[in-house]
Design a protein around this ligand. Structure first.
Ligand code: GTP
Ligand code: MG
Length: 224
């Protein structure tokens, strides 16, 4: 809590900047200190299950790495690319000594060699199925292409495991506000019909829309 208290003039200025960027609510300043830890290509490279973890999954090119950067207010923390299939490993980022964010390789990238796709699938399934310190999964979906078959597979899998789920309908800046609101409602309805327990929101890294709402979920999962 002490980090939120303005102790002097300098700290107070930082707090006010954070408040304005996060739409009136203070963002936990720890996110801005997030740094890269390691890339994992094989099971045996996984770090110890010692700290609270939140993972970002979704279709290739959906905007997972961009979402991590936006939530940490950093430009080049997670590598982003216009080319799908950029994130090829599980990338671990430390928010602080007690909390980690994990950027998962995207699925559904048709051009990736079959052997590589199978390797990712096995590794991601192992990670999502076995990771004991995983507190929740952020499923990132392009708001223009929500709920693909792959997304449903992942949602069903995580639901069966009892993993908390939150969906970011990202790239909301690409469509009108009305269309975004209508997609949000449709996705919520589909989840209810399929009895999948997941919260959903619209998100845009370009407009920094929905950052505060996503932080609330992450804060709860990571125990801030
Ligand atoms: N307009 C807009 N573009 C976005 C947004 N989020 C991501 N992008 C763009 O979408 C492309 C893919 O973003 P990434 O963050 O690399 O996507 P990813 O899901 O990590 O992709 P992989 O690592 O390949 O699975 C990049 O060109 C980003 O600039 C957004 O909210 N709005
Ligand atoms: Mg990526």
């Amino acid at each position: 809590m002490a980090a939120y208290e303005p102790a002097g003039r300098k700290e107070r200025k930082v707090s006010i900047e954070c408040a304005s960027r996060a739409n009136g609510k203070l963002m936990n300043p720890a996110y801005k200190q997030t740094c890269f830890v390691t890339s994992v290509f094989e099971r045996r490279q996984l770090p110890a299950e010692a700290v609270a973890e939140a993972a970002f999954a979704g279709r290739s090119n959906a905007g997972k790495s961009s979402a991590i950067n936006a939530l940490c207010e950093q430009k080049r923390l997670a590598q982003i690319s216009k080319m799908p299939g950029r994130t090829r490993a599980l990338n671990f980022f430390a928010v602080d000594a007690e909390r980690t964010l994990v950027d998962l390789p995207g699925y559904g990238y048709a051009k990736a060699p079959t052997a590589l796709r199978r390797q990712w699938k096995t590794l991601i399934e192992h990670y999502l199925g076995q990771r004991r310190n995983l507190r929740g999964l952020m499923l990132v979906m392009d708001i223009r292409h929500p709920l693909t078959d792959h997304d449903w597979q992942l949602l069903d899998w995580c639901q069966a495991r009892g993993l908390p789920l939150h969906i970011l309908l990202t790239k909301a800046d690409k469509i009108s506000r009305g269309a975004a609101a209508s997609t949000l409602q449709k996705v919520e309805r589909s989840l209810r019909e399929r009895k999948v327990d997941a919260s959903v929101q619209t998100f845009s890294t370009l407009k920094r829309q929905g950052v505060e709402q996503a932080h609330e979920v992450l804060d709860a999962w990571l125990g801030f």
